[in-house]
Ligand binder design. Structure first.
Ligand SMILES: Cc1ncc(COP(=O)(O)O)c(C=O)c1O
Length: 367
């Protein structure tokens, strides 16, 4: 479908083009080169997380995070069912068991009150994805993590530019992951970052990302089974250029959220809240409709007018490969899945585009 206004479009400037061309001309096109180093350094400077290492995508970052924490068969990992499938698949990659919990109807994040009910002797970690750029109450989450001596992984794929109590997403956990897919706040095409304040965790993850290479011998000696999860210098050149403009990207995204909120205030739509003490990056602007039927009809109507939207995630426990874990109905996740609609949210949206989208939504509700 050729949309007049897509859900997302990365903003690529002349800087990205010049740097990619420079990589090509200099032949530094593979996974070595100065842009990798520069991108990692700037990322750590921006997030204030000590160590950052680039990877091939956000899913690989999650896999490495679990491997670095030595999570394995017999271990349980608590994760919300309302998330992107990668947060859960990574748990299965290391043969551990995902233990699903429900989410909160207001902020759409994992329901903190449910975590302790699910902790057993086998529980090793919690994965906390910050859905659509909002963060949960990290003070409460850290309290539970410490009390039960669990690892915490923040899945920040959707949360670059999100803060809780002035600390950037990813700073609260043992290890955190980011995605730079084309529709993310900054992009490298495909790509990701793994971050931690813990040097030994990052050192272990880097070793696994580099095919399990040994530091004790000369090249080509590998003493564990690793993966090839490296990012290219070309991708890092794009990522660095994007990250240099993050402030402007985030300002534009906040303006877009405020525009929707103001112009749709009389429509029966409930916007995702921005929690107390937090800054939402507004990666995607999302609303709850009153019911699933209205959401589906609104999506259909907007599609007809060539405006792309996105529904909430399907709860992961309802998918075929996780059916065996479906021992409970997750009422809120089911509602979020059926009632959420996300509107176009890319920084280059013009006032004219926004006016057209809001006008079309208002027309739908007047029908
Ligand atoms: C919450 C969440 N986790 C993980 C990922 C995986 O990232 P990637 O697509 O870069 O593998 C995504 C990206 O789509 C995501 O939204």
């Amino acid at each position: 479908m050729n949309y007049k206004i897509p859900l997302y479009k990365p903003s690529i400037s002349q800087k990205e083009i010049l740097r990619v061309n420079e990589c090509l001309r200099s032949t530094w096109i593979s996974s070595k080169g100065r842009y990798i180093d520069n991108f990692e350094k700037l990322f750590s400077k921006y997030t204030k997380i000590k160590y950052s290492t680039v990877v091939v995508n956000g899913t690989a970052a999650l896999h490495l995070a679990l491997l670095a924490l030595d999570i394995k068969s017999g271990d349980e990992v608590i994760v919300p069912t309302f998330t992107y499938v990668a947060s859960v698949n990574a748990i299965k990659y290391v043969n551990a068991k995902p233990i699903f919990i429900d989410s909160d109807l207001n902020d759409w994040q994992l329901s903190i009150n449910e975590i302790e009910k699910k902790i057993t002797k086998k529980t090793k970690a919690i994965i906390c994805p910050h859905i659509y750029g909002q963060m949960t109450n990290m003070t409460k989450l850290i309290k539970i993590k410490k009390k039960h001596k669990l690892f915490l992984i923040e899945d920040c794929a959707e949360a670059l530019g999100s803060f809780f109590k002035s600390k950037h997403a990813g700073k609260y956990s043992d290890i955190s992951t980011f995605s730079f897919y084309g529709s993310k706040t900054i992009t490298t095409g495909e790509g990701g970052m793994l971050c931690s304040d813990n040097k030994s965790l990052i050192t272990k993850a880097i070793k696994i990302k580099l095919q399990g290479i040994s530091s004790k011998k000369l090249s080509y000696w590998h003493d564990v089974i690793g993966y090839n999860y490296k990012m290219t210098n070309i991708c890092a050149a794009i990522g660095l250029s994007q990250l240099e403009t993050i402030k402007k990207i985030l300002q534009d995204k906040r303006k877009i959220f405020l525009y929707y909120k103001k112009h749709l205030e009389n429509c029966p739509l409930k916007f995702q809240v921005e929690n107390h003490n937090s800054i939402n990056s507004f990666w995607l602007v999302g609303c709850l409709t009153t019911n699933k039927r209205t959401r589906d009809q609104l999506m259909k109507y907007l599609k007809m007018k060539k405006i792309e939207t996105r529904p909430g995630f399907y709860p992961i426990n309802t998918m075929p490969m996780y059916k065996n874990y479906n021992n409970k109905k997750f009422k809120i996740s089911k509602q979020l899945s059926g009632r959420i609609i996300c509107f176009p949210s890319y920084p280059n949206l013009t006032k004219k585009d926004l006016n057209f989208i809001c006008g079309t939504i208002k027309k739908f509700f007047k029908k």
